[in-house]
Design a protein around this ligand. Structure first.
Ligand code: ATP
Ligand code: MG
Length: 413
């Protein structure tokens, strides 16, 4: 039975139907439910009309064992999910003291006065279970045994918290055995077809283990999945890990490239500076996105013009003249300058042609030069990135820069 547990996702909100908001909630939930081994049979979207929401919920409940609905729990007149669900179950909407207490407590904690309209958020279908929302005002609620429907707020981070707190544990409790075994590898520097060549024989060698690929530009992900009793799973994980070698930067959804690189820097007690030209601060952005980056990220320059490279980083005019701004020589001089002027242990530099204009026969759009300079280390590299768009060249370059440093640190480890 668990393998056939069926799910349906209902997204509620007029803004999803007018193209104002991208439905990232359905995307997130589909991935999470699938990862738990459920079959997501469908997803539907309803605007701000009770009958549309009720129809979507009724259809979903008619086909699935669990329905996850997001949105429409707020205090305003267009927040109608509770009314719609009540009509589907044929129960009235009543004030839930527990829900009201949560809303009141939320406002008190924030030191704000609760508006009368917020009382509406405690008007929920009779008999529902109120789900605490630790990160927002709108409590969620759940109704029914099987099928069971969970209504969560639309705000993505609240929805994710409540998924983890309320829905996921319920789903796990429905299994009469363990959920499937899963393992994720996050990879840079190998395309899907290369990964297929490298790992294609794994399912054959480890019977019961399935192999899947996913691209999350510029990274590729390898997923191994097996039913609970498959003993070969651990050996398959080890085998894939060793075949991927340094191309694998993480094995955790939550560990980004910058965090994986930071871990290596922190292990050495060292710091990083950046000298960015065509990425315009994108590498710095990736770094400071990580909590605690002040422990290892020292500073970054965006030196876009030649004059900036000379003034800010001390790149010799002669280097620029002899080799051009997009050259390994200039990249090396940028990184050296960044180390000298920042006092950081390491610097990474990027200089390239993001396009769409500015390419030459010699250095076409997508030509990007990098340097990594550190204690007794100086390495340079040129990549020819398929120039599908300016954004893509910049994004690829930013990841490539950090990855170059990561690989260098691994070599020293
Ligand atoms: P609130 O108490 O904040 O009103 P709510 O449950 O009523 O919560 P909505 O009003 O539907 O939620 O949406 C709140 C915010 O979350 C909006 O900015 C909306 O664009 C966003 N949002 C809603 N549904 C989705 C979704 N499916 N994907 C991404 N964002 C969403
Ligand atoms: Mg709302």
């Amino acid at each position: 039975m668990p393998a056939s547990l069926r799910a349906w996702i209902v997204s509620q909100g007029e803004e999803l139907l007018t193209g104002q908001t991208l439905d990232t909630n359905a995307h997130f939930l589909a991935g999470q439910l699938t990862d738990l081994g459920l079959r997501v049979l469908g997803a539907s979207t309803a605007g701000d009309r009770i009958d549309a929401i009720a129809t979507a919920l009724r259809d979903a409940l008619g086909q699935a064992d669990v329905v996850v609905c997001t949105g429409g729990l707020g205090p305003t007149a267009d927040d109608l999910t509770a009314d719609a669900l009540a009509s589907v179950f044929g129960v009235p909407v009543v004030e839930h003291a527990e829900a009201l207490a949560q809303v009141v407590a939320r406002y008190e904690a924030a030191g704000r006065r609760m508006a009368e309209a917020n009382r509406r958020q405690a008007m929920l279908p009779e008999g529902c279970d109120v789900l605490a929302n630790p990160v927002g005002t709108a409590p969620g609620f759940a109704l029914g045994g099987r099928p069971r429907v969970f209504c969560l707020p639309g705000v993505p981070h609240e929805m994710r918290r409540m998924w983890a707190l309320h829905v996921r544990p319920w789903v796990l409790s429905q299994f009469d055995r363990e959920p499937p075994q899963r393992h994720l590898f996050r990879v840079l520097g190998k395309g899907e077809s290369q990964l297929q060549d490298l790992l294609g024989d794994v399912p054959e060698r480890f019977p019961g283990v399935e192999l899947g690929f996913r691209t999350k530009m510029p990274e590729n992900q390898v997923k191994l999945v097996a039913e609970p009793g498959v003993d070969a799973f651990a050996a398959a994980v080890d085998e894939v890990r060793s075949r991927l070698g340094r191309d694998r930067f993480a094995e955790d959804e939550a560990v980004e490239l910058a965090a994986a690189t930071a871990e290596l820097l922190l292990a050495r007690g060292e710091s990083l500076a950046l000298a960015e030209s065509c990425t315009g601060g994108l590498v710095a952005h990736l770094c400071v996105t990580e909590a605690g980056s002040s422990r290892w990220f020292e500073r970054g320059w965006v030196t876009y013009s030649n004059a900036a490279k000379v003034d800010e980083l001390g790149v010799p005019e002669a280097t620029l003249q002899a080799h051009g701004a997009v050259s390994e020589e200039t990249a090396a001089a940028m990184a050296r300058g960044a180390v000298e002027r920042s006092g950081a242990h390491w610097a990474v530099s990027i200089t390239g042609i993001a396009g769409p204009a500015g390419g030459t026969a010699d250095k076409p759009v997508g030509t990007v030069c990098f340097a990594v300079v550190g204690p007794d280390v100086e390495r340079t590299r040129t990549l020819h990135i398929p120039a599908r768009s300016r954004d893509l060249v910049r994004r690829f370059s930013a990841f490539a820069a950090l990855d170059l440093l990561r690989r260098q640190l691994l070599r020293l480890a």
